[in-house]
Design a binder for this molecule. Structure first.
Ligand code: OGA
Ligand code: CA
Ligand code: FE2
Length: 502
């Protein structure tokens, strides 16, 4: 349809639609008397027509201009997303560093790549090393979780285990944790105040799960509801036997009654939150070739700037004996203004009272195929809702990986060489790290036969962009300033440009 045709259509509509003359018959059939009156109104309708046409053309020009604008601006975005989706990390980084942001508005210019899950069961191929392609399957969307079989070769698995063995593994969790008592004494808290702290739902009673959560978080001791009832009985704490502790019942207990009772009775390794041994393997310059290769492939897989991966924690290698486990937990902490990330703490110029690990991504490698048990469980993966309270019920404690792995929504069987990757944080919608993903809760089920070896590669990113940027500037600047002019630049520090571009 041409503009003119559109115009005349518009005229018709305008003339018949808005003129107060009743539309009797088609114009061609109008009687002469009508024509006379038609002449009278035609002056009126001609000027009306001109006005309508002017408005109409302005409207059309605006629409065309808008179409051009949309076309060109979305074209630019398409370019960026295409390179973000490219399997090799190189193109992605080029897109990120193309436009160096000014310091003031770098937040807007940064966009951390995030792998798309599409749907559970979706398989995409990823190229992690020249000439090597892997299938990556989406296991869940909440958390965003993938499985990549054959990420490590048999040899690589063997080398990593041997290097860890050579370095020596230490207990992941010590039996008794001291220092907490001093804190309580220092604060000089009354029994009422302690009771109030423990009473999470503020109903004036201490439910079993309130005490359980407390002892797990504070002491790292994994009590079951039965253990707790046993302790209550031993201490004659629950006088009315209703399974709850009232303030009166709580007052009669000494502040360290629970701990003394546990120490006397003895705590077994199986009663700890984590029952394994681990060590750390540095992956930077000078590290074993295999360790450096793994890091390079993780960088390609995550499509994050290599600096972020380079500056992350070393590889953690974990060994579970038969009977070993790791109850459900988060690898990362929640984002609160008063909480700093461990990795950027030194660069944070404010002194925040709390500290947590900020691990944007976990890549977990299975270094052997376990004979029995040892699955990685995700109790609430892809749940419709997340309800913290319902995780610990009297009869079923979904966090307990010694008992209830079978009730987890998702379990990954440890298979030698397979890697699983998940995001511990959501996106903030602007290309940076957002809120902690509560669905990323996971744990290691009890190993029923044989031993289990895994390795964790965590990618640390501070959800506070400015803190991450400051930290990167700090670590990239220091050695450079010491650098002599003639010396070859340290390849690990050549990323300093990327730091600033973040
Ligand atoms: C961990 C962990 C799970 C597993 O080491 O943080 O969650 O299956 N491991 O061992
Ligand atoms: Ca309560
Ligand atoms: Fe974990």
């Amino acid at each position: 349809m041409t503009d003119e045709q559109e115009g005349s259509d518009a005229e018709d509509t305008a003339a018949s639609g808005s003129a107060p003359v009743p539309p009797v018959a088609p114009r061609t059939q109008r009687p002469p008397s009508d024509r006379l009156s038609g002449n009278k109104t035609s002056v009126c309708s001609r000027s009306y027509f001109v006005v309508v046409m002017v408005f109409f053309h302005v409207y059309i020009i605006n629409v065309i201009a808008l179409l051009f604008y949309v076309h060109y601006s979305s074209g630019g975005q398409e370019d960026a997303s295409q390179s973000r989706d490219a399997p090799g990390g190189q193109q992605q980084q080029r897109a990120e560093t193309r436009r160096p942001p000014s310091k003031a508005d770098f937040l807007r210019d940064v966009s951390l790549a995030r792998i798309e899950g599409i749907r559970v069961g979706h398989v995409q191929s990823v190229s992690l090393a020249p000439g090597k392609v892997h299938d990556m399957r989406t296991l869940s969307l909440k958390p965003l979780l993938f499985e990549i079989p054959g990420f490590l070769s048999e040899d690589e698995c063997r080398v990593v285990m041997q290097l860890a063995q050579l370095k020596g593994l230490m207990e992941s969790q010590l039996m008794v944790q001291d220092g907490q008592e001093d804190l309580a004494k220092e604060l000089n808290l009354s029994p009422e105040e302690i009771f109030n702290l423990l009473d999470i739902n503020q109903d004036g009673q201490l439910q079993l799960h309130e005490i359980l959560t407390h002892s797990r978080v504070r002491d790292g001791i994994w009590l079951t509801p039965e253990n707790l009832r046993e302790i209550y009985a031993g201490l004659k704490a629950d006088k009315d036997g209703n399974g709850l502790l009232s303030l009166e019942e709580f007052r009669l207990l000494s502040s360290d009654a629970f701990q003394r009772f546990l120490l006397q009775r003895g705590v077994k390794r199986s009663q700890l939150v984590r029952n394994s041994r681990h060590t750390w393997l540095y992956q930077g310059k000078g590290a074993h070739r295999v360790l450096q290769d793994i890091k390079a492939r993780v960088t390609r897989l995550t499509r994050l700037p290599s600096t972020l991966v380079d500056l992350s924690e070393p590889l953690q290698v974990v060994r579970y004996e038969e009977g070993g486990h790791y109850h459900a937990h988060h690898d990362s902490g929640p984002v609160y203004p008063e909480t700093a990330c461990t990795h950027t703490r030194l660069a944070a110029n404010t002194s925040t009272p709390f500290e947590t690990s900020c691990r944007y991504i976990t890549v977990l490698f299975y270094l052997n195929s376990v004979e029995g048990g040892g699955e990685t469980a995700f109790p609430v993966a892809d749940n419709r809702t997340y309800d913290e309270v319902s995780l610990i019920q009297n009869d079923v404690d979904l966090l307990d990986t010694r008992r209830n792995c079978d009730k987890s929504n998702l379990r990954v069987k440890p298979t030698k060489g397979t890697a699983v990757l998940w995001y511990n944080y959501l996106s903030d919608g602007r290309g940076w790290v957002g809120e902690q993903d509560e669905y990323a809760l996971h744990g290691g089920c009890v190993v029923t036969h044989g031993t289990k070896w895994v390795a964790n590669k965590w990618i640390n990113i501070d959800p506070d962009y400015q803190r991450q940027a400051r930290y990167q500037q700090l670590v990239s600047r220091q050695p450079e300033e010491e650098d002599d002019e003639g010396s070859t630049p340290d390849p690990d520090l050549q990323h300093s440009n990327i730091h600033q571009d973040l």
